[in-house]
Design a protein around this ligand. Structure first.
Ligand SMILES: [Zn+2]
Length: 245
């Protein structure tokens, strides 16, 4: 029976799932005409029987620009616990990319690497929220000027972007990031459970700063539009002599 290697969230381990189905899509993107390939594997964990689905994409294509064989990426789980998605379009690329790297690291039981990526995501968030457009441009030009994570978190709180609870969570993320990033400390003490909690915290912070802020703004805009429309119709009815009796 065909198998695919995937992280089972129940067993918290990579398992060879017994593949009961696979859907594939290949073709050429237009433009620029590059080939692509996507596979969706479905099967059960051999240990706990949890149904698992995982996605892999094609890395090289036999016969295309000298590729000698078809190569596919390691499957990444999409069910259960699919990768978190955010709705806000304001989230910087570095944030989303770091978070998805962290998720892949977690699925490979690389808790240290995941923590480093959480720190990177939070750092990018601080830069995005705290710096003006000019400062960000200058930052790109001079890579020397950096915002330290501890300082960034402090400023997020001081300038009221986050409340005291999110501030506590951010500090935990910072502490674990340091533990993971510095080779002289015992980073081995970060368990997968810790890393999964930190993942939930960093998701909550991103959601709070971007998704919920966007949603609240849209909600307020709708309210104001309605209030304006109501005021306008009241003006019109008073112009025509109110309720005519
Ligand atoms: Zn399992």
């Amino acid at each position: 029976m065909a198998t695919f290697i995937v992280d089972c969230p129940q067993c918290k381990a990579k398992v060879a799932a017994e593949e009961s189905g696979c859907a594939e899509e290949t073709g050429f993107e237009d433009p620029p005409g590059e080939p692509y390939g996507l596979r969706l594997h479905v099967g059960n964990c051999p240990r706990c029987k949890t149904p698992l689905a995982a996605k892999s994409h094609q890395l090289s294509f036999k016969g295309w620009e000298g590729d000698e064989e078809d190569v596919w990426s390691d499957p990444v789980r999409v069910h259960p616990n699919p990768p978190k998605t955010f709705s806000s379009l304001r989230i910087p690329n570095t944030v989303t990319k770091s978070l998805s790297e962290a998720d892949i690291a977690l699925q490979g039981n690389a808790s240290l690497a995941a923590c480093v990526m959480f720190g990177r995501a939070l750092e990018a968030l601080c830069r995005d929220v705290l710096f003006t457009t000019e400062e960000k441009k200058a930052l790109r030009a001079v890579t020397a000027k950096r915002l330290m994570l501890a300082d960034g978190i402090k400023q997020l709180r001081e300038r009221n972007y986050i409340d005291s609870r999110l501030f506590d969570w951010s500090q935990q993320l910072h502490a674990f990031r340091n533990l993971a990033a510095h080779s002289d400390t015992d980073g081995g003490s970060i368990t997968r459970e810790d890393a999964e909690d930190l993942q939930a915290f960093v998701y909550a912070i991103v959601e709070y700063i971007y998704d919920l802020a966007d949603r609240y703004r849209e909600f307020k805009e709708r309210q104001e539009k309605r209030a304006r429309a109501k005021a306008k119709s009241q003006d019109a009815s008073s112009f025509w002599g109110g309720n005519n009796n």
